[in-house]
Design a protein around this ligand. Structure first.
Ligand code: HEC
Ligand code: HEC
Length: 474
């Protein structure tokens, strides 16, 4: 007991030392969220003993309403992911459309608990993303509307995607090596964790034919975040979100190195978010426990849900909403291995921050297979699919492609927790589970038709099953 106590004290001292290092003057009534900033290298050096306080700091930042004194707002910068100056005029402090559109992460991610989903009132209007400018209406020719995605289990999701990326890239490397060696074309099927992503043909000259790659980007990086599956890591997403929603610019993307300025957005506060601050937000999100199955289900609901779970498999829902994906390691490292410039990369950090999710209480509830892999019950294949066809096209309401992803294609959403995150669909326009299920067209059409062919009581059992997958406070 005494040892545990002193370990905890030591951990807090380490982190408060880190905090104190850059503490600015100001009374305890200071309106700033950032009385001080975190130093990435100091956190990494402090090791696991500082984890609890790092997560706690991340929680504070996630819930904090950033103020002008913190650098909130971006008078001269747009929401674009690549630092982009406004061409003329001054961005308003708040704009519900192109942002800044809210005060805190928690302002949207709060349903049913912190880190969760949100009401439709918190929807976001995302533009094509990379150079987007000001738009002041919700016309789909300027932006696409998005419903808030719950972050529960997000660390596990990112780890799954990293392992899948490593598998797919290894297949490519092997095919290239084989083609070089034999002087002949080498066709290789792309599959990771049982999910198939088409195939590639490697030619003897090292060129790889990518025409038949399916559901993943041509660089074979599985991007598990956002409805379109276009973001690689919590770190990358967090930096985007800080800028888009709050006008808080992270040094690693908007700082001197890339923009030549300490205050690119001209908010009046230099270097508003340090790499360590981003890491605190990442640590908080990465360690959020995954959703669970509703406790104390009434007997009739439990019976219907177990029948529904079988139907869900039988009619093919689980071909995309795969019940579990196996994960080899629960060690989450920050920065992430496959990020692009503008998000801190592994090669740029002296030592990464290492978070062993296996040490967290939720790990005990994860089942393992005979290879010792952790079975993550997310109900997704982390792959993109076409869900629109000529006659079933309610999900085909968008006019903008995001990155290279076609308009009618979306990442299979994770269904763990879906019983707690109504409304449904990428823009939250479906109030009931039955409605979103019936809206599946394109590659999901077969299972949607099979759903409609069931008798009403069987359809209802699928809803009973989905509604049993919930987010509950630990
Ligand atoms: C105005 C509402 C709003 C605010 C504020 C907000 N988010 Fe989000 N968040 C969303 C929406 C909507 C999505 C889905 C975006 C998409 O699909 O393109 C999302 C998605 C995410 C994702 C990806 C989750 C996944 O599994 O795909 C992460 C991570 C995230 N937000 C983190 C944050 C952080 C960190 C903050 C604060 C810095 C924040 N968000 C602030 C609404 C918000
Ligand atoms: C071909 C792959 C595929 C199949 C098969 C499939 N889905 Fe989906 N599902 C998706 C995609 C992609 C989305 C996202 C659609 C959107 O938001 O535009 C989705 C969305 C959902 C959602 C909404 C989740 C949310 O949080 O908004 C539910 C619920 C759902 N599916 C249940 C089912 C059920 C039940 C079946 C079987 C009848 C099924 N799906 C079959 C790919 C599939």
């Amino acid at each position: 007991m005494r040892n545990r106590f002193s370990a905890l004290t030591a951990a807090l001292c380490v982190l408060s030392g880190v905090l104190a290092a850059s503490a600015a003057a100001g009374g305890s009534w200071d309106e700033r969220v950032f009385g001080s900033h975190l130093d990435f290298d100091a956190i990494a050096a402090a090791g696991p003993s500082a984890l609890d306080s790092l997560i706690e700091r991340g929680r504070e930042l996630f819930k904090a309403k950033f103020t002008t004194a913190d650098g909130a707002g971006r008078p001269k910068a747009t929401q674009a992911i690549i630092p982009t100056k406004r061409k003329s005029g001054v961005n308003p402090p708040f704009s519900r459309t192109s942002g800044p559109d809210s005060n805190s992460c928690f302002g949207c991610h709060n349903d049913p608990i912190e880190g969760g989903s949100g009401d439709d009132v918190a929807n976001v209007f995302v533009s094509e993303g990379f150079e987007s400018a000001q738009f002041d209406n919700t016309d789909p020719s300027f932006s696409s509307e998005r419903h808030t995605i719950a972050l529960m289990g997000a660390g596990l999701v990112e780890l799954l995607a990293r392992e899948m990326t490593a598998d797919l890239q290894a297949i490519r490397a092997e095919a290239v090596a084989h083609a070089r060696l034999t002087g002949e074309d080498c066709r290789a099927d792309l599959a990771a964790k049982g999910v198939r992503f088409g195939w590639i043909i490697a030619h003897a000259d090292g060129i790889v034919d990518l025409d038949s790659v399916d559901g993943v980007d041509a660089d074979l990086i599985v991007r598990p975040f956002s409805r379109k599956g276009v973001f690689t890591s919590l770190r990358q997403f967090t930096i985007n979100a800080l800028n888009i929603h709050h006008g808080m610019e992270a040094v690693e993307r908007f700082g001197v190195r890339w923009t030549g300025s300490h205050d690119f957005a001209e908010s009046g506060v230099p270097d508003a978010i340090t790499a360590g601050d981003v890491s605190a937000l990442v640590a908080f999100q990465a360690t959020l426990p995954p959703p669970t199955v509703k406790a104390n289900l009434p007997g009739d609901w439990r019976a219907a849900a177990s029948q529904g779970e079988i139907q869900f498999q039988t009619i093919g829902c689980a071909s995309c909403h795969v019940q579990t994906l196996p994960l080899k390691s629960l060690v989450f490292t920050d920065p992430a291995p496959f990020d692009m410039a503008g998000t801190l990369r592994t090669s740029e950090a002296k030592t990464p921050i290492r978070i062993d999710l296996a040490a967290l209480p939720f790990a005990k509830s994860l089942k393992r297979n005979d290879k010792g892999e952790w079975l993550i019950p997310l109900y997704s294949d982390l792959k993109r699919h076409l869900v629109v066809d000529e006659s079933v096209n309610a999900l085909g309401n968008e006019l903008q492609a995001q990155r290279f992803v076609e308009r009618d294609v979306f990442l299979t959403p994770r269904l763990w927790g879906v019983g707690s995150t109504a409304p449904y669909g990428h823009n939250g326009s479906f109030r009931m589970l039955d409605e979103i299920i019936v809206a599946h067209g394109g590659d999901a059409r077969f299972s949607r038709d099979a759903y409609l062919a069931l008798d009403p009581q069987q359809r209802d059992s699928i809803v009973a099953f989905l509604r049993s997958l919930v987010i509950e406070a630990p």
